[in-house]
Design a protein around this ligand. Structure first.
Ligand code: 13P
Length: 265
């Protein structure tokens, strides 16, 4: 089922105290907001997912385990089930502490840790096997866009990373389009650029899996999305929400983005 989602990727930021404060503030704001909504209007609250660093996942689960509307995920998982992989974390471990989502294929993992689509496909397989929702990231670098290759780059990342899945498996994914040139740069994709790529992604899904599957998958935008530009991005028919980096580190900013998603719902 296609959902409106606002997700916060905290990356390698925040002390434990700061993480707890951020999560606590977010909870207070969401509670207050829900209380002030007129009956029934709360139904279109987007799903909120936070992605803290691994070591804080259990602490965040303690806070959000029985809290409706905020899920917790991990920023990565290993591509093997278990074994001698010092410093790594398995999908089964993430699931065992109650987390529900995992980011796979973030451009920072692709570029800094050499993760390619073949490896990412293994991660997706394990995430699904362990009942985690993979948030599969794709997106082009600036020279690729300038050379007019951005549609092909994203198509290849989807083809090799996830289009080998069965239909029922693919429908369990969330896709995040994150143009690399927009991540952490303050240069957001324009609403038109975002819509154009999201429509392209949905068409690729439709061509391979059919209309219903294409309509069921949430496609999030990520890359310098903030409280100011979120409304225009979310107003597009194929932009189902956002994967937010920097602006998810302040409860006020992140909550404003959640509200923009709700207003454009
Ligand atoms: P920024 O919002 O900081 O640009 O990061 C986006 C991102 O990479 C989310 O995964």
């Amino acid at each position: 089922m296609r959902k409106k989602i606002v997700a916060g990727n905290w990356k390698m930021n925040l002390s434990l105290e700061e993480a707890k404060t951020l999560a606590g503030e977010l909870k207070v704001k969401i509670d207050h907001h829900k209380d002030t909504l007129i009956e029934g209007a709360g139904n279109n609250m987007p799903e909120v997912v936070i992605f803290p660093p691994y070591v804080y996942v259990t602490r965040m689960m303690d806070l959000f385990m029985y809290y409706d509307g905020v899920s917790v995920g991990a920023q990565n998982c290993h591509h093997e089930e278990n074994g001698a992989f010092t410093g790594e974390v398995a999908a089964s471990m993430i699931r065992s502490v109650g987390a529900s989502h995992v980011i796979i294929g973030h451009s920072e993992r692709r570029s800094q840790f050499g993760e390619d689509d073949k490896l990412l496909a293994e991660k997706v397989k394990l995430a699904l096997k362990n009942n985690l929702t993979p948030v599969y990231c794709c997106g082009e670098q600036l020279p690729e866009r300038e050379a007019g290759k951005h549609f092909q780059v994203v198509a290849d990342q989807l083809l090799h990373g996830v289009f080998w899945l069965e239909k029922d498996q693919l429908e369990r994914l969330v896709i995040a389009y994150e143009p690399v040139w927009a991540i952490g740069t303050g240069k957001t994709a324009s609403p038109d650029q975002a819509q154009e790529m999201h429509a392209h992604i949905r068409k690729l899904i439709r061509d391979s899996y059919g209309e219903q599957t294409a309509e069921n998958i949430s496609i999030l935008y990520g890359g310098s999305c903030n409280a100011k530009n979120a409304g225009a991005l979310f107003a597009n028919p194929d932009v189902d929400g956002g994967l937010i980096g920097g602006a998810s580190l302040k409860a006020e900013d992140f909550f404003e983005i959640i509200k923009r998603r709700q207003e454009n719902g």
